[in-house]
Design a protein around this ligand. Structure first.
Ligand code: FAD
Length: 443
């Protein structure tokens, strides 16, 4: 293990965290990041501005001593504030006790804190403006391009690729399955600025405007603004091709928000429409003659953002690699084999739950039936001493492996259904007994 050259591709969320974890083990790690240093150059446009970080992400940040710093710079959101069209707003707490919150945090600040931590760790070198164009796994070489298009190669014994959903390294792994499934929907970010120096909406909530096939959400920022994200079919964005159409559309479909967005038409025209992709690929590891190459984070399993779990999940990958290094005594081949075997079922599970949650957010949360069910679930949770826990809580407020959650929910639902059916049978028997008794009384 000593003397091995470890390359991390991508100084994003996963890359920054993993570099710190590996540096702490005394490993020599070089991070290659295609962008200039964001701490000097500022954040890149077109990335989401803020993220919801929850239990899994916080557990990972704790491992590198960044949990408290992250929470100091975060805004807790204890529930969702639903803005139905033509009806009153309603607040739906995320946890049964109303105490638990997901945390809105600036992506740029989180990334910078992770890079600072990595840079301060002995053995870690950060190299910016270095795009990795591929890996020659048999020759043991990283293929690099600098900002001026100059090409170079560098040796690495292990390449850990956290270079995002559109990973350049993925192809070098030659996965047998390599699918990118795009939604018809894209996303665009807008801003609700502070109003008279204060938050224009309740900052303790993630705001949702469910509109059936599409939706808008808003997360609070420390500067008292909100970042709104539209999740619309791409054709819906394209249809709003004049400022007048944009204004009319918002006044009709988002009337309470339209008046809070003075820069709406300019932002709408200027800000890009991003794509929403699920990456399904396998295997994540290639054992070349000269290098082992492994994928992590979005490069291995990008998911749609509707459970707010992509970064949380990418952080869990880093913790798992670290754990496997402990278990194998630092044997990279065994570590990466264990890592991918353990993580795949989990990342598949959260990918499906994230897709499912899109329908929940854009459509179901607005309905009275949903609100009733949500309230019943929370009542059950409060009375069942941990035996009934909602899917949202298990995903966001626990570190239970994602793959175990769907089965657990099915079991709970079966017990509740049996209880309800039992209750109905008992009620039926009681009703019949009452009827018989009253008939007997008549005889
Ligand atoms: P990234 O963060 O994408 O980092 C990849 C890094 O690699 C970047 O720095 C990039 O510049 C660099 N890079 C790319 N190519 C190369 C190359 N060839 N050579 C060198 N460097 C390269 N997740 C949550 O947990 N909560 C949320 O609330 C949430 N909201 C989201 C909202 C939206 C609209 C979107 C799109 C995503 C959201 N996510 C959220 C998902 C989250 O952003 C990703 O899952 C997370 O960023 C993945 O981290 P990563 O390090 O794998 O990839």
């Amino acid at each position: 293990m000593a003397g091995e050259r470890i390359a991390i591709v991508g100084g994003g969320l996963a890359g920054g965290l993993l570099a710190t974890l590996l540096g702490r083990r005394g490993l020599e790690v070089t991070v290659y990041e295609r962008r200039p240093d964001p701490r000097v150059a500022g954040a890149e446009r077109g990335r989401s501005i803020n993220l919801a970080v929850s239990a899994r992400g916080l557990a990972a940040l704790e491992a590198v001593g960044l949990r408290d710093l992250a929470l100091e710079r975060a805004l807790p959101m204890h529930g969702r504030m639903v803005h139905p069209l033509g009806a009153a707003d309603n607040f739906q707490p995320y946890s049964a006790d109303g105490e638990r919150a997901i945390n809105s945090i600036s992506r740029a600040e989180l990334n910078q804190a992770l890079l600072d931590a990595a840079e301060a760790t002995p053995g870690v070198t950060l190299r910016f403006s270095r795009r990795v164009t591929g890996v020659d796994a048999d020759a043991g070489l990283l293929l690099l391009e600098d900002a001026d298009g100059g090409r170079a190669t560098e040796h690495a014994d292990v390449v850990l690729a956290g270079d995002g959903a559109y990973s350049a390294v993925r192809e070098s792994v030659r996965p047998l399955e390599d699918r990118q499934d795009f939604l018809e929907h894209g996303y665009k970010e807008l801003t609700i600025p502070p109003r008279d120096g204060a938050f224009a909406l309740d900052p303790d909530a993630l705001h949702i405007w469910p509109r059936g096939t599409s939706m808008m959400i808003a997360l609070p920022n420390l500067d008292r603004s909100f970042t709104c994200t539209l999740f619309w079919e791409k054709s819906e964005f394209a249809a709003l091709d004049t400022p007048a159409r944009v204004t009319a559309h918002f006044e009709r479909h988002y009337p309470d928000a339209a008046g809070l967005m003075p820069a709406l038409t300019g932002d709408f025209a200027r800000n890009p429409v991003g794509s929403l992709v699920t990456v399904r690929c396998w295997p994540w590891v290639r054992y070349g003659k000269g290098t082992i190459v492994a994928l992590l984070g979005d490069a291995a399993h990008a998911i749609v953002p509707f459970f707010g779990q992509g970064a949380n999940c990418a952080f869990e990958d880093c913790l798992e690699i670290d754990r496997c290094l402990d278990e194998t005594g630092g044997d990279w081949a065994r570590t990466l084999s264990l890592y991918q075997e353990r993580r795949k079922a989990n990342t598949d599970a959260i990918a499906e739950m994230a897709l499912d949650n899109f329908v929940e957010m854009r459509d179901r949360v607005g309905s009275p039936v949903y609100r009733f069910t949500h309230a019943v679930q929370h009542a059950l949770e409060r009375r069942s001493a941990g035996r009934y826990v909602s899917r949202y809580e298990l995903v966001s407020f626990s570190t239970m492996p994602y793959a175990r959650i769907p089965a657990r929910i099915r079991r709970q639902n079966a017990v509740v259904a049996a209880g309800l059916a039992g209750g109905a049978v008992l009620a039926g028997l009681a009703a019949r007994a009452v009827t018989r008794r009253s008939r007997g009384g008549a005889r």
